[in-house]
Design a protein around this ligand. Sequence first.
Ligand SMILES: [Mg+2]
Length: 297
Amino acid sequence: MWAAYNVNVRDYLALAVILKRCLSLGATMAKSKFEYVRDFEADDTCLPHCWVVVRLDGRNFHRFADKHNFAKPNDSRALRLMTKCAQTVMEELEDIVIAYGQSDEYSFVFKRRSNWFKRRSSKFMTHVASQFASSYVFYWRDYFEDQPLLYPPGFDGRVVLYPTNQTLKDYLSWRQADCHINNLYNTVFWVLIQQSGLTPVQAQERLQGTLAADKNEILFSEFNINYNNEPLMYRKGTVLIWQKVGEVMTKEVKLPAEMEGKKKAVTRTRTTPVPFHCDIIGDAFWKEHPAVLDEDS
Ligand SMILES: [Mg+2]
């Protein structure tokens, strides 16, 4: 009896000592002498009320496109994969109201009033870049069934703040104008190589100093191509905005009893990032989708 009691007291004391050590260790960990290194972290809070734009760009994608046999001048699989990744970013992260992509780049616009991660620039940028890059690898096979992914792609990111709706619209217009300029050039450049047998250097020389009208003329008179009939995805890039869509899904039916276990098609609405290949430089798009720039959205 006594022996048992003594053991219990000893156990209790040992436990108390361990508990005390844990608590004091916790206290020293919370306030160690190394704590001051925190002060070296730079404040990278994005200015309040500004639109936060994160733009990603594929690292060395000229080489990546060559190694993976991308079609020239545009590979629709690659563009659709980029958009799938951007949709995943919008679904997984918070507060992205619109995204715009072309070629190997995508821009994501966070709400003016977003307080995600206390508006820390590095958090916005790294979350977008890592989610996008992992999605690119994850969904690769859905778009390139016969083309194995030979090495892991990378994306750089940057954060830019735009203080007004106008500067944000001008930013997006700038990217879409860039898409147009590059795509027109690339369309003529590759048709000269693929259909006229020019070398890349010869095609480049042929296009030196030409204006948009000259390029359109070459396409039309020499190759019977009306540039305006080229796919919108290539000419305009891709805009992603949130839209309500009806989704048909099958659901287990509860009642009546004789129907139990049977599946039934049910339609419900869901908000999802929907791609558009339209002009965003003019006012029409913004008038049609006023919610995108709504201050309180
Ligand atoms: Mg690039």
